[in-house]
Design a protein. Structure first.
Length: 194
């Protein structure tokens, strides 16, 4: 399947997907990386992998939907069949979400349904949880609410700060996302071609 990746920043999860997609047997082929921030370091990483990257700054548009229409057009021009959100920090409107329903996944740094939204690691530590983790899920209208495809867990250790915990979770994110995207592609390939 033709894969489009949406980022806003560093792009370390994107990089893992690009690596996985270099394997001819992997069910997705990376064709496009889009960023809503012109200076996202991930765009340079994409270029290093030979994958076309493009910035579509959301601040250039009058409203959310106009921004999303611009993204949607580029995604369709590139015949993208599956979208992976990888540190993409814009909430998507119901219009975009329904247009890509069943074809768009996200990685979130918590064990959903716990801690949708921001500051997940701080919230897990403050609650006194003994473990944290990450989830890959289908994108649905509620933020971080869609069906979970796969999760990975890590312990929360005495003395953890949000940063040390984030580092431990990120190691698992990098292993989880390529695996979960492959599972999502298997589901999508059962559907009629769009
Ligand atoms: C990751 O922790 C991801 O789960 C969260 O934002 C971070 C993005 O990191 N949504 P990167 O841009 O993939 O390096």
């Amino acid at each position: 399947l033709r894969l489009g990746i949406l980022i806003s920043g560093r792009g370390s999860n994107m990089e893992q997907l690009l690596k996985a997609a270099q394997d001819a047997d992997y069910p997705a082929e990376a064709v496009l990386v889009l960023s809503n921030k012109a200076n996202a370091p991930g765009l340079e990483t994409a270029a290093a992998f030979g994958v076309p990257g493009q910035a579509i700054p959301h601040s250039d548009f009058a409203d959310r939907e106009a921004f999303e229409r611009a993204m949607d057009e580029v995604l369709r021009d590139n015949r993208v069949e599956v979208i992976a959100l990888a540190g993409f920090m814009r909430v998507l409107t119901p219009w975009f979400v329904s247009r890509w329903a069943g074809r768009m996944i996200n990685i979130h740094p918590s064990l959903l349904p716990k801690y949708p939204g921001l500051d997940t690691h701080k919230r897990a530590i403050d609650t006194g949880d003994s473990e944290a983790g990450c989830s890959v899920h289908w994108v649905s209208k509620g933020v971080d609410e869609g069906g979970v495809i796969a999760q990975a867990r890590v312990p929360i250790l005495a003395g953890d700060t949000p940063d040390t915990l984030a580092d431990r979770v990120l190691v698992e994110e990098h292993k989880l996302y390529p695996r979960a995207l492959a599972l999502a592609c298997e589901e999508i390939m059962k559907k009629p071609r769009r």
